[in-house]
Write a protein that binds this ligand. Structure first.
Ligand code: COA
Length: 386
């Protein structure tokens, strides 16, 4: 049975900060942000959006009546959860009006959890033919004003439906993975911003990629020339280049050009949005599928998923017949183009206006007359959504 990603959709809030403007405000060289780190813009999150609204706003784009009958499991991957007890999947089930006869669960392991969700979904479908799983990876990358991580903030959600006979990619059973307790990035429960040693994280990421690439080759006998492209977890887009540079010489010269061209395609959406932690590697996949117009069915792509702390997985997917008709390239491009540019002042105000205190009954700045799901505020310690 072929199992994989049948549908995929992306959502990010409607506000965006230009990073040249931010560099100037912070007294940095704009080229450091746009070339050295490889980011052009980042999504700014208003206080009426959170991982639940972003996840639901992504998922609603792909759920059909047929899916509603066939989805048995909602897997919500996030490291920006809104409750220590109740899963974001439950809130989303309500917003999307999905059946009560589903399993709902939230997964956490930094930026890696979406991949674990996808693997669980594949295994579930393998033992329950005909059934489907909704996997959502939704996060807010938040480091703090004027910190070195600020340029790598961002937010958004990827929603995927995993089924048999998928329309976009099949997920191959060739994963290699590893876990190692490291202090490169973490967020204690009483903090709203991550603690990060970005340089250490880059080193561990590169090392785990290289280790897993060698392990993958031993396990599968595949060579670099067997892959049409890579989708990397991209906390910032330069990271993908740093990883691929370690192995690119293993390909023929012509194939090196192809991989480099496809790497650029895989970075395009992420350059405009910033990091979205769990969803980042799947936004990169969506970007690759949207911009690498020479990809064809049967091509194999490698996916490298990394979550600080640290855990990584390398596996492959195979493009299905007619996949290009099911990739929401235009829809995603339009979503990014229509965003409203904010000034550094507006961004800082929005950054400070998040409603973290559940003890106060308070309304968010939710906008009226929108068809989007929104967080309305706190009422008696509970989050209220529309
Ligand atoms: N023009 C072009 N490039 C420039 C430049 C300029 N004027 N000034 C600096 N650069 C380059 C540097 O050479 C460096 O490139 P390199 O990494 O290829 O060597 C890059 O820009 C970044 O400079 P650096 O001095 O390392 O920046 P920094 O100390 O501010 O840290 C990050 C950058 C990305 C490490 C930091 O933003 C961070 O920690 N982000 C969070 C990352 C994360 O989330 N990790 C965990 C999840 S996986």
């Amino acid at each position: 049975m072929t199992i994989g990603i049948d549908k995929i959709a992306f959502y990010t809030p409607n506000y965006v900060l230009d990073l040249v403007t931010l560099a100037k405000a912070r007294g940095d060289e704009p080229d450091k942000y746009t070339i050295g780190i490889g980011q052009n813009r980042q999504t700014v999150v208003p206080n009426f959006e959170d991982v639940v609204t972003m996840g639901a706003n992504a998922a609603i784009k792909i759920i059909t009546a047929d899916d509603r009958e066939k989805i048995d499991l909602i897997i919500f991957a996030t490291e920006s959860g809104i409750d220590n007890s109740k899963s974001s999947a439950l809130y989303m089930q309500t917003l999307l009006e999905l059946s009560e006869f589903v399993r709902t669960i939230e997964l956490k392991q930094a930026c890696y959890a979406g991949t674990y969700g996808l693997m669980q979904a594949r295994d579930y479908v393998a033992t329950h033919p005909g059934r489907r799983v909704l996997v959502v990876a939704s996060d807010i990358a938040r480091y703090g004003l004027s910190t070195s991580g600020e340029v790598t903030q961002g937010a958004g959600a990827i929603a995927m439906i995993v089924s048999e006979a998928p329309k976009i990619v099949s997920i191959n059973t060739d994963s290699v993975y590893m876990s190692r307790n490291a202090s490169d990035f973490w967020r204690p429960v009483d903090r709203q911003e991550a603690l990060v040693d970005g340089h250490l994280s880059t080193d561990i990421y590169k090392e785990m990629f290289l280790t897993l690439w060698q392990r993958y080759q031993l396990k599968t006998n595949q060579q670099l020339n067997d892959f049409a492209g890579f989708a990397f977890h991209l906390p910032y887009t330069k990271m993908g280049k740093k990883a691929l540079d370690q192995i690119i010489n293993e390909a023929t010269l012509a194939h090196q050009q192809k991989l480099t061209h496809h790497l650029k395609a895989s970075q395009k959406f992420n350059r405009e949005v910033g990091n979205l932690y769990t969803g980042s590697v799947y936004l990169s996949l969506l970007s690759l599928l949207s911009y690498a117009t020479d990809l064809k069915s049967g091509d194999k792509l490698a996916i490298f998923s990394y979550g600080s702390g640290a855990e990584a997985e390398l596996y492959s997917v195979t493009l299905q017949n007619g996949f290009e008709n099911h990739v929401p390239a235009k829809m995603t491009q339009q979503l990014l183009l229509k965003r409203q540019l904010v000034s550094v002042n507006q961004y800082e105000t929005m950054f400070k206006s998040q409603l973290y205190d559940s003890h106060i009954n308070i309304n968010s700045n939710a906008v009226k007359d929108t068809k989007l799901f929104q967080f309305l505020g706190w009422h008696n310690g509970e989050r209220v959504y529309r």
